[in-house]
Design a protein around this ligand. Structure first.
Ligand SMILES: Nc1ncnc2c1ncn2[C@@H]1O[C@H](COP(=O)(O)OP(=O)(O)OP(=O)(O)O)[C@@H](O)[C@H]1O
Ligand SMILES: Nc1ncnc2c1ncn2[C@@H]1O[C@H](COP(=O)(O)OP(=O)(O)OP(=O)(O)O)[C@@H](O)[C@H]1O
Ligand SMILES: [Mg+2]
Ligand SMILES: [Mg+2]
Lengths: 255, 255
């Protein structure tokens, strides 16, 4: 079972869109796929038609009672091979409540381990902050995916964030493989082209060969609650994510 | 002195861009303006050329020692009438460290009160989460600005967030005036047009008349570290923010 965490402290860079697109493609290939929503704002949960307000037992329940069965938390989606562990609002309080307690960094890793026979791939969508949820995602994943918008504000702090993430992993005596995915690329904007050049120079070995373009069909897909690869498989956005999935499944092909 | 907080739990909706654009316009009008960066990721700080990594005394110092003088924290920018209280990385730990302590919701309000003679307007840029920083911003501000991207994922949770924000204010026996600002509007995308129609129907009295369009010049401005109204005053983006500033300065013209 592979577990991919999709994380970036910068907001709005395409974390949820990347999670949904990869999960959609994997489910089409027949892979039993689980999506986990660790963002208290619940974009991923809302994308698939659930209301984070109304979710009684969501991922937060795992932080309150480690023995709550995953089977009571995991929800179906209308798509074959695609299930969801929804977020709940209370997740916004987890840092204040459990932040200082021992062992709260392994809650998600333990819970996902208990379902390793049921799923081939698990994708964890992270909130835009470095907190308890992110630490849990890093501990639970086998590979980290960092979407980075190709523009100046999104490049700020990338270096620092990568350092912080690798520091968290070092404390666990592990090195975590990560891939940086350039998103919302717009070849007509100088700032976008120069940002890509910066990423190619600074992160050559970690940068995905997949370049996700600006594609307005992502907005339509999220309105319809359908992953873009299922709604418009030949769209520019979907084709770009196919390259990423190919790389992730066959690491040798990377840049 | 007016204090405006710019907040939304959803990431990437244009909080920092709104803060910078309004601050730029106010400084051009001769208003002594302070920008406060409450986001540990430090986009606002980086926008004006400071490295959040290297900031020794940033806004976090106020949470550690309430008596630290603001004069030792406030930094100049290269623009007249525009100063910055920078973020620092340690701000990411404030929820875990002080979240449960009494009275930590008024740290920023107290600090801004101490400089009320020096500034005409203060703008607080918030992180994409509902935590201690946001509670401080709500307590310190006289008006709340909520940028909302005109697309489905950004509309999700808006209702809930507005309810949460007004609940936090009620606990202080106050009603907080707020304005919703539609951002990144793209009239060519059905999803964008329908999102705007939804906002007009649901939030009529709170919705700004200013409709911020998608404008690639924002990316160039952030790369140059210059507020768009100073770099390209006749751009679509800058003109739209002028309407917003006009409304905020003369509330009678709204909605
Ligand atoms: N390649 C793309 N082209 C155009 N729009 C995109 C693209 N990727 C994402 N978007 C849009 O950009 C917005 C932000 O994307 P998304 O919500 O996935 O980011 P995020 O990083 O998950 O945000 P948050 O920090 O709030 O979790 C959404 O409206 C989404 O539809
Ligand atoms: N009207 C607009 N048109 C085009 N691009 C925009 C517009 N407003 C903001 N942007 C761009 O969108 C990106 C996100 O904006 P910004 O960083 O201001 O959002 P934010 O809400 O502050 O994000 P965070 O949640 O990380 O704090 C930036 O690259 C910015 O340049
Ligand atoms: Mg998201
Ligand atoms: Mg911001």
């Amino acid at each position: 079972m592979k577990v991919w965490a999709i994380a970036n402290q910068k907001g709005g860079v395409g974390k949820t869109t990347t999670t949904v697109s990869i999960a959609g493609l994997l489910s089409l290939k027949g892979s039993k796929t689980l999506m986990v929503d660790l963002d208290p704002h619940g974009s991923l949960t809302a994308y698939f038609g659930y209301n984070p307000d109304k979710v009684e037992l969501g991922v937060y329940a795992l932080f309150q009672d480690k023995n709550v069965p995953m089977s009571s938390l995991i929800q179906p989606t209308e798509f074959d091979n695609l299930a969801l562990l929804p977020s709940s609002l209370a997740l916004a309080t987890v840092d204040r409540q459990v932040g200082a307690q021992e062992g709260m960094g392994l809650v998600i890793a333990r819970a996902l381990n208990s379902v390793r026979e049921e799923f081939d791939h698990i994708l964890i969508d992270c909130p835009p902050m470095l907190g308890v949820a992110m630490v849990n995602a890093l501990a639970a994943c086998t590979h980290l995916i960092i979407p980075v918008q190709t523009e100046f504000l999104a490049l700020q702090g990338l270096e620092r964030m990568v350092r912080t993430l690798t520091m968290i992993m070092k404390a666990r005596n592990e090195t975590l493989p990560y891939t940086i995915v350039p998103t919302m690329f717009d070849k007509r904007t100088k700032a976008s082209v120069q940002s890509l050049e910066f990423l190619q120079a600074q992160y050559r070995s970690r940068l995905s060969g997949a370049l996700i373009p600006v594609d307005t069909q992502f907005r339509d897909a999220s309105r319809a609650g359908v992953p873009l690869p299922l709604k418009a498989p030949r769209s520019r956005g979907s084709t770009a994510y196919e390259i990423l999935v190919e790389e992730l499944l066959n690491p040798v092909t990377m840049g």
